[in-house]
Design a protein around this ligand. Structure first.
Ligand SMILES: [Zn+2]
Length: 217
């Protein structure tokens, strides 16, 4: 373990508070032999939580964020612990739905109204894209999709328990609580996986199996 008398500053997106490109103050690092990776302990300038950034040999920790962002592994892989939560929509989600989901994720570090509204919008757009013939309020459409076997009955049932989806007493203008936003995030993520990721993976797997089974290929 090496201790610096003067702190070094590097920038990263904080996995704890979600602040983008925040300064981390670092006074301690170690170099792991024989791989010569260096592990830097940093303190977030916003929430004061700690992270460990591991950088390959011959890479400055100040340059690590750019390599992490662009997945540039020409010198080796840069990692951060704890892991940054993924902010992307589940695989195979259509682009217009993904846009709303990502805006929800970008606000899931304290802007609960914006996050909640964007997850609702992602859900709304996803159901419209998948089932254009099902009309009505969001809650009604989820119910109908559940009744028709297009969503699982567990999902439709859970939707009713989500304050901002199933509870008619909640007014559209009511602010989202942190709990509202987080549960809506989990539900939206699950629905997108069911509607888009599973069928998408299935199509990929079948296409792969088809290629293998084709003797002329
Ligand atoms: Zn932080």
């Amino acid at each position: 373990m090496n201790i610096a008398s003067k702190p070094l500053v590097f920038r990263f997106d904080c996995p704890w508070c979600g602040t983008k490109d925040v300064s981390f103050k670092s006074c301690a690092w170690c170099i792991a032999s024989p791989v010569r990776y260096s592990d830097w302990f940093g303190e977030c300038g916003h929430c004061y939580r700690g992270v460990v950034v591991s950088v390959p040999p011959n890479v400055r920790v100040e340059d690590a964020q750019d390599m992490y962002r662009t997945r540039d592994s020409s010198f080796g892989e840069v990692t951060i612990a704890p892991t940054l939560p993924s902010t992307g929509a589940p695989p195979h989600t259509p682009a217009n739905v993904e846009r709303f989901f990502e805006q929800g994720m970008a606000n899931l570090s304290g802007q609960w109204d914006a996050a909640g509204a964007m997850f609702r919008k992602a859900l709304d757009t996803a159901l419209t894209a998948k089932f254009p013939d099902i009309k009505g309020s969001l809650a009604q459409r989820i119910q109908k999709a559940g009744d028709d076997g297009l969503l699982t009955s567990d999902m439709a049932e859970w939707a009713h328990e989500i304050r901002r989806l199933g509870n008619e007493a909640v007014h559209e203008d009511d602010p989202f609580s942190e709990g509202d936003a987080r549960v809506l995030h989990s539900f939206t993520d699950l629905v997108l996986r069911y509607l888009f990721t599973l069928p998408g993976m299935m199509a990929v797997a079948r296409a792969g199996a088809g290629e293998e089974a084709d003797p002329s290929a």
